[in-house]
Design a protein around this ligand. Structure first.
Ligand SMILES: C[S@@+](CC[C@H](N)C(=O)[O-])C[C@H]1O[C@@H](n2cnc3c(N)ncnc32)[C@H](O)[C@@H]1O
Length: 267
């Protein structure tokens, strides 16, 4: 995937997050629709994916595909691990994440890089966090084997991703990749079963798995309600992105897409 494609795809997200004060780029999660802001839903998805995984002060954490750094920062503030690194492919997102923490001594670090080639020595990472990013990766087996390589024995990998509910959906969604880059997100969805097979092949043992598509659809609905309270002119920079999110919500509700959370252990 080229840098310009990913930049063009995430520019409307940036406009949206600037306008509404989001620091996450994910779809969010809610058990009680209408009870929280979309920004809070985005945080709730982070805690749901993390589950009971313990992050200690002595730990090294890697947040792969960290976007503009919201989730990396929330993990840092809550657990204060020894080291937390947000890895992100899109250069402008890395700059935005860095800006948030500029001048502070205690802070997460952000690196531009690729999930297919992790910038860490073998067996040096305690927890890998990967939220709604792997849908873009062209070679998920390479990504998973990289995760296994850098995790220490007993280390945890938390992956949350949009999944294809059936193989038929694969080709229509892949067609999106031929559209202009605002829509083209280089989607290469795996089904939940593809993931389970991929984990087994990579030597990662599954300890938790749930599909939260309904709660994610409800969160998107909350987000759309917030956006609709603004004027048409105010939403100028991200109207197409709003349509995209409306379609996503429908696909989750209709069971055409899944949203799967996985926790793995490296044995
Ligand atoms: C939907 S956003 C999620 C961001 C963040 N995890 C969050 O929850 O706010 C997906 C992110 O994955 C990044 N990404 C896509 N391909 C990547 C790759 N090969 N390596 C690292 N990051 C990648 C994108 O640039 C984007 O910022």
């Amino acid at each position: 995937m080229s840098q310009s494609t990913i930049e063009a795809h995430y520019r409307p997200n940036w406009n949206l997050s600037q306008a509404l004060g989001f620091t996450g780029y994910n779809c969010g999660f809610t058990e009680k629709p209408g009870s929280a802001t979309f920004a809070e839903n985005q945080k709730a998805l982070v805690w749901r994916l993390l589950g009971d995984v313990a992050i200690g002060h002595e730990h090294t954490v890697l947040d792969i595909g960290c976007g503009i750094g919201g989730p990396t920062g929330w993990l840092f503030e809550r657990f204060e691990p020894k080291r937390i690194i947000g890895l992100e492919y899109c250069r402008s997102s890395v700059v935005a994440a860095e800006k948030r923490w500029a001048g502070m001594n205690e802070r997460p670090w952000f690196l531009q890089g690729d999930a297919h080639s992790l910038p860490a020595e073998d067996g040096t990472v305690d927890v890998i966090f990967n939220l709604e990013s792997a849908l873009h990766y062209l070679n998920k087996p390479v990504f998973l084997s990289e995760c296994r390589r850098v995790l220490r024995k007993g280390g945890r990998l938390c992956i949350g991703d949009i999944t294809a509910s059936n193989k038929l959906l694969f080709s229509p969604l892949t067609l999106l990749n031929s559209l202009p880059s605002q829509f083209n997100s280089n989607i290469r969805l795996w089904s939940a079963d593809d993931y389970l097979i991929g984990f087994a092949k990579a030597g990662l043992r599954l300890v938790r798995h749930e599909n939260v598509a309904r709660q994610v659809a409800d969160s998107l609905h909350d987000g759309m309600s917030e956006i609709r309270q603004r004027s048409w002119a105010e939403n100028k920079g991200f109207r197409a992105r709003i349509m995209y999110l409306v379609v996503l919500e429908k696909l989750f509700r209709g069971g055409r897409l899944g949203y799967d959370l996985f926790e793995l252990v490296r044995e």
